[in-house]
Design a binder for this molecule. Structure first.
Ligand code: CIZ
Length: 310
């Protein structure tokens, strides 16, 4: 099935109002690769969470409007406490994040003395504060390889965990969390498309199940998928991740065909951010993210260790 972006008609006045207010507020708009196409189109920067974290840390803007989900806005605030970080919809959460609480992580750490904790950025700030180092899907392998220990507690995504264990050969103790959106991508979807398009290549996200990953030519983060699409000579590519990425893929590679495995991998939380909410966010300066210093400081240490890796 080919999913084409439903082209929403965006009133020019709405875009103008956002851009005018953005300037008046000295704000920058950061958007994740899974955001609605019209939100990506007005953003100053579109990327994965590692790229957006780096942008948040480097920007000279006073206000960051984070078009993504809450843990991403929290990461921006952890890195830039002096800036105002706004999330246009506070309900834009992440069920995967909620699968590991700080209390559970503390209990697990107590039973594993000396075992370092690597946490995926898809965690709450207080879970990051319990972690030795963070990782994203684009650098999980590098982060795990950077640690001298062979045994590592990896959380919260079991699929990214099993993929990282396969790639590094280390003994990962893997949390049992998963992304509900990537879990909806099934091997039969990929096999069905491969039957119809035998020359198509398959690139999937490491949050996909091992069965799906085994059918892929490559397993990549969203930024890795974008790079793969640019570099591949295939004219048709089956993409196993949240369908928001198709917007950038098509924009950057108009001569290629990108196929989503089904209409199911849509993250309802990412789609909560609309242009109307971005405008409202800038008008009312809502919703500011606040993180207590006793959580922010240790959480920043775990993120900084990741950012310090080459
Ligand atoms: O790291 C991110 O931004 C996520 C959640 C996915 C990806 O691969 O970019």
């Amino acid at each position: 099935m080919s999913i084409s972006d439903t082209k929403k008609i965006v009133p020019a006045s709405l875009v103008e109002e956002i851009l005018g207010l953005k300037e008046a507020r000295r704000a920058v708009l950061l958007a994740h690769n899974y955001q609605l196409g019209e939100v990506q189109d007005i953003a100053d920067f579109v990327g994965d969470s590692l790229e957006l974290s780096r942008q948040a840390a480097a920007t000279e803007a006073e206000v960051i409007v984070f078009c993504g989900v809450k843990f991403m806005a929290e990461t921006a605030k952890i890195l830039s406490p002096e800036k105002t970080v706004l999330l246009p919809d506070l309900q834009a959460g992440c069920p995967l994040c909620d699968m590991a609480t700080a209390e559970e992580v503390r209990a697990r750490k107590a039973s594993l003395p000396g075992v370092p904790v690597v946490s995926y950025v898809n965690t709450t700030a207080d879970v990051k504060a319990e972690s030795d180092i963070c990782c994203t899907s684009s650098n999980a392998v590098k982060v795990v390889e950077s640690l001298p220990q062979e045994e590592i507690l990896f959380l919260p995504d079991r699929n990214l965990g099993s993929w990282t264990a396969e790639q590094t050969g280390k003994r990962l103790i893997i949390w049992d969390g998963y992304c509900i959106t990537h879990q909806r991508i099934l091997s039969e979807h990929i096999l069905g498309l491969k039957e119809k398009y035998p020359d198509a290549e398959v690139v999937v996200h490491p949050e996909c199940t091992p069965e799906v990953r085994r059918l892929a030519n490559a397993v990549r983060s969203t930024s890795g998928i974008l790079r793969y699409a640019r570099e591949s000579s295939a004219s048709t590519i089956i993409v196993g991740t949240e369908i928001g990425i198709l917007h950038r893929l098509k924009k950057e590679n108009p001569e290629k065909v990108f196929l989503a495995p089904s209409a199911l991998p849509v993250c309802p939380n990412m789609k909560r951010i609309t242009l109307e909410k971005v405008l409202w966010s800038l008008e009312e300066m809502v919703y500011p993210i606040e993180i207590p210093e006793e959580i922010r400081v240790p959480a920043k240490r775990a993120i900084d260790r990741m950012l310090a890796l080459p």
